[in-house]
Write a protein that binds this ligand. Structure first.
Ligand code: ADP
Ligand code: ARG
Length: 342
């Protein structure tokens, strides 16, 4: 592979940090699982509108290609290469403000997880992916009480059911071009699926961008209830599964934006006044380290002034701090919306 030349309009962190020197230093390296620099950057090279543009093949990728990853990680999370990640899942440490249900339509918190001793989805083999599906679905089927549910493989699911689950925000979309170029859609839909409890308040995605996306969600703004359910699920699953974790980088994820807590705590919120004043809106989201997404998740447009607002930082903050970023920021957005209403 030759050094990729990115056009001026390209603003991805990959294009910002992949200098010719770094490229030369890393281009012939390969992790034990056979992951190369060319594999890592393919998504950002093929998708010039990427925000980030790079994925890992395994935990080792983050060390072997650290000359590049560290810069991208520092830029995105504000996490220096000398820092060490810390975890805190103590529910009582969250300073709760009840989020106003007049504005907040629903709350969702997810974490990404990958199994220790397996490569990440970008280079996993079909046999290994099927084994991940077998191990994880077995663990999920053993859950009890509120977390008990059923695993539905994508293979064999009717398109009506699949489309309804996507429309209702429960299931991942299909054919994402960023994941495609990263190798994450290979053998689709083999090994992919969704587990959920009866009420669809606890869900787990299997073998999409990460091997597990553990999700807790419900209507309204009761963040504490959503967080508590998620923590319970994580603790129960950790009794049965061993997740890939690094002392320095926390939970290992295929995208560097998801390292650390791998947590995205979000609300769907209706803010018609702020929607008319995006610079004021963005000043608040920047202050509280929040990200704005559209109604149908990442890379989607906003409809009817309903936004998906979530914590942006996931590494170098604890889970409690990530959720607190979201709570405090959303509270500030609601205050401003009320003020604009007069
Ligand atoms: P991820 O959360 O894994 O980063 P996406 O941004 O693609 O991925 O979101 C996945 C799905 O979850 C989408 O359908 C999105 O609309 C939905 N979603 C995200 N936040 C909420 C929320 N607070 N309430 C309801 N659905 C949500
Ligand atoms: N690779 C995509 C980009 O660079 C997504 C990055 C962050 N999102 C994610 N789902 N990992 O725009």
């Amino acid at each position: 592979m030759d050094y990729p030349i990115f056009p001026k309009e390209c603003t991805s962190l990959l294009s910002k940090y992949l200098s010719q020197d770094i490229f030369e230093e890393l281009k012939n390296k390969k992790t034990t699982n056979g992951f190369t620099l060319a594999n890592a950057i393919n998504s950002g090279v093929k998708n010039l509108d990427s925000g980030i543009g790079i994925y890992a093949g395994d935990a080792e990728s983050y060390e072997l290609f650290s000359a590049l990853f560290n810069k991208i990680i520092e830029d995105y999370h504000g996490f220096s290469s000398e820092a060490t990640h810390k975890s805190n899942l103590t529910i009582d440490d969250v300073k709760m403000k009840e989020l106003d249900d007049d504005y907040v339509l629903s709350t969702r918190i997810r974490v990404g997880r990958n199994l220790a001793n397996f490569p990440l989805g970008t280079i996993i083999s079909k046999v290994q992916r099927d084994e991940v599906e077998r191990l994880v679905s077995m663990a999920l089927n053993a859950l009890e009480g509120e977390l008990a549910g059923e695993y539905f493989p994508l293979l064999g699911m009717t398109s009506e059911v699949q489309n309804r689950l996507i429309k209702e925000h429960f299931l991942f979309k299909e054919g994402d071009r960023f994941l495609e170029a990263a190798g994450l859609n290979r053998d689709w839909a083999e090994g992919r699926g969704i587990f959920h409890n009866h009420d669809k308040t606890f869900l787990v995605w299997l073998n999409e961008e990460d091997q597990l996306r553990i999700i807790s969600m419900q209507k309204g703004g009761d963040v504490l209830k959503v967080f508590s359910r998620l923590v319970k699920a994580i603790n129960e699953l950790e009794k049965q599964l061993s997740f890939s974790y690094s002392e320095r980088l926390g939970y290992i994820a295929s995208c560097p934006t998801n390292l650390g807590t791998a947590m995205r705590a979000s609300v769907h919120i209706k803010l018609p006044k702020l929607a008319e004043d995006m610079s004021r809106f963005k000043a608040i989201t920047d202050k509280y380290h929040l990200q704005i997404r559209g109604m149908n998740g990442e890379h989607s447009e906003t409809k009817e002034a309903i936004f998906d607002i979530s914590n942006r930082r996931r590494l170098g903050v604890t889970e409690v701090e990530a959720v607190q970023d979201m709570i405090d920021g959303v509270e500030a957005l609601i205050q401003m919306e009320k003020k604009l209403e007069g």
